[in-house]
Design a protein around this ligand. Structure first.
Ligand SMILES: [Mg+2]
Length: 156
């Protein structure tokens, strides 16, 4: 079954915040050549396929972010600076548990868990969310077209 909602984690799935999580960076941020620098010149960058993939998938599917970051405002600013925020129908960005984020997504979208596809780099999140019947996929480091293709009947 094709998913109706595709959900992405942020840190180490959509972006790499300078080898750490975005809540360990030092705003204010500024744009550089295709990446973002924090005030300590740490380089925050999107994984190579992330922007194109999100843009393409948004024409066919509803998209969401599920992030447990302790700095939701910073994550939102980064999404905006990368020009990605408007591709997502739902943004669940706050500390807590990923199943909690998914209950919110289900409530807001009306989409059943079994019609959701989720990408995350942390196995504990993949395990937690799988128990809801969401198809949860572990991302080694960074979402890629190749990985997304495996789980989607899409032509890119
Ligand atoms: Mg992550």
């Amino acid at each position: 079954m094709r998913p109706s909602l595709i959900v992405f984690d942020l840190d180490f799935t959509i972006w790499n915040a300078g080898g750490t999580w975005c809540d360990h960076t030092w705003p204010p941020y500024r744009r550089a050549n295709g990446y973002i620098l924090d005030s300590e010149d740490n380089r925050i960058f999107l994984y190579p396929d992330a922007a194109g993939l999100v843009q393409e998938l948004s024409t066919t599917f509803q998209l969401a972010v599920a992030s447990r970051t302790h700095r939701p405002a910073w994550a939102l600013e980064l999404l905006s600076l990368f020009g990605l925020h408007h591709f997502f129908n739902y943004l669940e960005i706050y500390p807590g548990s990923k199943p909690g984020h998914f209950h919110q997504l289900h409530e807001k979208s009306g989409i059943p868990f079994e019609n959701m596809l989720f990408f995350d780099d942390e196995m504990r999140n993949v395990d937690d969310v799988s128990r809801l019947n969401v198809k949860a996929v572990w991302v080694d480091e960074g979402i890629s077209r190749q990985l997304a293709k495996k789980y989607l009947e899409l032509r890119f």
